[in-house]
Design a protein around this ligand. Structure first.
Ligand code: MN
Length: 706
């Protein structure tokens, strides 16, 4: 038997600030109370409370729990009382001891599973402090380890109780090692023949096929080392009782049981868990339906791990659990982790779930009629709620923020793939691009040549990387449009002065203006950063200088006879810079039509009415009205922005009417007075660049009066 010094040393090992005097006082008190009592084996009775206390030191529990263990049978079996313990130690410890005593006195004799479940609930409900259950479980564990110290007629009953109530309770508490040990100890009593035959089977299997665990462990290690991953691999055969239960559940012979080996892969962080999963699935075939991600969806008891089953050597199934070291510790310690010390300090929440909430659920939601293992499973708490991990068809892991879509996934693989995305399949099913990806899904991106990013994609993506790539691409496309427009504008500006625009001329102008080259120059003209006229001025300053004066608004064209009046046609609204022809009306008035105006077709049989006209070269006043139709989104301030934009281009809005209003869009009719074609194009470009403007149409209506 260990000494008081030994026990204090065990506690101090993990909790250097423990109350040594308190522990020694409890030891002395317990020893005195139980003095003269013996166990069935003949040992002094107090060896039992001491052993229970030392089991609890393995779980690194606090002073109050250790002291409670030393005193747990005192009220029940000696003349000690609640009041005395409260006075000598603390009310807290007295409450804990009292709780254990109450549990001991419960009649836990039923072997019916339904009853057993009720008892488990009752145990939790009665224990306002779950440390009571920890002490009770340690008590039961020691009694089962020393079952021979019990009267033979009691042994089977205790084993049955352990199997039905305490082992599942340990599981519920998240303490897997204790569950397994309790089951094995009870199995040994309840069905020693079955247990022995399974153990013999394992030995035969090992003789036949060698050390399978060592081989698979080596296989896994090799695979992970190739990827440069540091990972601890534990392999083991399943415990006899869990093999037995599986044989019964599935009604299978031992030889047909496939997954009797389990492996634990322990890594440093969550990202590595998924990386390891990817590697395992790449190397071995995953068994469908066996993948469970308790990392993103922790069990209500805080258990986190990834489970999967793969077909290993010789088609043998192997269960693999992947977790971080911290998750592993919590998985082993369960609820005890809440009170446990680590490096001399109480661990800050080691659970994936809020421990207070979990404990509250354990004690409150007792009436939920869920099946045993999934008890409380409805408490969906997500750790790492800000991340999802998905797989490429090849099994590579792609880590994305929660809310990410297949487009994010595509851009995460490669910008080129993102740009070319047309659709996606998630777990083999075609889904819309706005689908939110979930953990563990495998995503296949379908691309097509010629596909380009759409402006609407910005709304569909979640990652900065995808957004930046889409914006960049849209900007490049804008740039191409600006270059095309700039080319038109400079051509018109040059032609107005009777010159031809050449690449050489543009190159010279660009150099003079300190720009990168003709493309840069054209893009700036197209986006209205520079005026086409300014470009011309760089090359022919003398031509531009003489034309600073505005042209006479009444006679802006060359080719009119004296006495003829001039008007622009209403149907096509030509502006300076556009090619025109004149049509005479009633002898005196001349109306200028755009050369492509549909009205002209009806006048082809009257050649005497046609007059050659061209616009005066130079600066026209901004009085040439043009009709536009805008479709704009119905969001606040859009109309104001449109008007400001036109005003900034020094154009006057002479009319504005609503054509129709829809909930999300409305169409407006707009008349704008412009100087010339360059001025108009610039306004159109600015409007097109505005986010909320869906469409801009220049209205040229042949049905209107010329
Ligand atoms: Mn006991």
């Amino acid at each position: 038997m260990i000494t008081p010094d030994d026990l204090v040393a065990l506690v101090r090992n993990y909790n250097p600030t423990c109350d040594e005097a308190l522990i020694r006082r409890a030891w002395d008190y317990g020893a005195r109370m139980h003095d003269g009592q013996t166990r069935y084996s003949g040992e002094p009775y107090f060896t039992h409370p001491v052993a229970v206390a030392s089991i609890l030191t393995e779980m690194r529990l606090d002073d109050a729990t250790i002291v409670t263990a030393l005193l747990h049978d005192a009220i029940e079996d000696t003349r000690s009382t609640h009041t005395e313990i409260a006075r000598m130690f603390s009310p807290e410890i007295a409450e804990l001891v009292d709780g254990v005593t109450k549990l001991t006195n419960l009649q836990l004799s039923s072997s019916e599973a339904k009853q057993a479940e009720n008892f488990r609930k009752l145990l939790i409900a009665m224990s306002r402090d779950l440390r009571v259950i920890l002490v009770k479980l340690a008590d039961r564990l020691h009694n089962m380890r020393t079952i021979r110290s019990m009267r033979p007629d009691k042994q089977a009953q205790k084993a049955r109780e352990t199997m039905d109530i305490f082992a599942p309770l340990a599981g519920r508490m998240g303490m897997q090692w204790m569950r397994e040990e309790l089951e094995d100890l009870a199995f040994r009593v309840l069905n020693p023949e079955a247990r022995n035959s399974i153990l013999r089977r394992f030995i035969t299997l090992q003789r036949e096929s060698g050390d399978v665990i060592a081989r698979i462990t080596a296989d896994i290690r090799l695979e992970l080392e190739k990827a440069g991953l540091d990972c601890t691999v534990y392999g083991r055969a399943k415990k006899p009782y869990s093999v037995w239960r599986k044989m019964q559940e599935k009604d299978l012979a031992f030889s047909r049981l496939s997954d009797i080996y389990g492996f634990r892969l322990i890594v440093d962080d969550v990202a590595q868990c998924y990386q390891v999963l990817g590697l395992i699935h790449q190397r071995w075939r995953a068994v469908p339906g066996r993948f469970k991600d308790y990392i993103s969806q922790p069990k209500s008891n805080g258990y986190r791990s990834i489970h999967t089953t793969v077909s290993g050597r010789d088609g043998k199934r192997v269960e693999v659990q992947i977790r971080t070291r911290e998750m592993h510790e919590v998985a082993e310690a369960g609820v005890a982790a809440h009170w446990a010390y680590k490096d001399g300090a109480r661990t800050a929440n080691p659970f994936a779930v809020d421990p207070a909430k979990w404990i509250a659920t354990l004690t409150e939601r007792l009436d939920s009629s869920e099946d045993h293992d999934e008890f409380l499973e409805h408490v969906k708490l997500e750790m790492y709620s800000d991340q999802v991990f998905c797989f490429t068809p090849k099994g590579d892991v792609i880590q994305l923020p929660r809310g990410a879509t297949p487009l994010d996934f595509a851009y995460a693989i490669h910008t080129r793939i993102g740009h070319a995305t047309v659709s996606a399949k998630v777990d083999g099913l075609r889904v819309p691009l706005w689908t939110r990806l979930r953990n563990g899904q495998s995503v296949e991106i379908i691309t097509a040549e010629g596909q380009r990013p759409q402006a609407s994609w910005i709304e569909l993506v979640h990652t900065g990387r995808a957004k930046a790539a889409i914006r960049r691409s849209l900007r490049e496309e804008d740039r191409e449009r600006f270059v095309r427009l700039g080319r038109e504008l400079t051509r018109v500006a040059f032609e107005n002065l009777g010159r031809r625009v050449s690449d050489k001329a543009l190159d010279t102008a660009a150099r003079k203006m300190g720009l990168k080259g003709p493309q840069d120059l054209l893009a700036r003209v197209g986006s209205a950063e520079l005026s086409a006229r300014g470009v011309v001025e760089q090359l022919y300053p003398e031509l531009v200088a003489v034309q600073t004066e505005e042209i006479d608004a009444a006679r802006p064209v060359v080719g009119l006879e004296p006495g003829q009046t001039f008007r622009r046609a209403n149907c096509c609204q030509p502006v300076p810079g556009e090619r025109i022809v004149g049509i005479t009306y009633r002898g005196k008035g001349v109306v200028a039509h755009a050369i492509d105006c549909a009205v002209l077709a009806g006048l082809e049989d009257q050649p005497d009415r046609w007059i050659d006209l061209r616009w005066h070269e130079g600066r026209h006043p901004a009085i040439h009205t043009v009709a536009l139709e805008l479709t704009i989104s119905n969001s606040t301030g859009v109309l104001g922005r449109v008007c400001t934009l036109i005003g900034e281009q020094k154009a006057n809005i002479s009319d504005l009417r609503f054509l129709d209003r829809k909930p999300d869009y409305f169409r407006i009719f707009l008349e704008v007075d412009v100087r010339d074609a360059e001025h108009l194009y610039r306004i159109l470009t600015m409007l097109n660049a505005e986010n909320d403007v869906a469409q801009v149409i220049r209205l040229r209506d042949p049905t209107r009066q010329p």
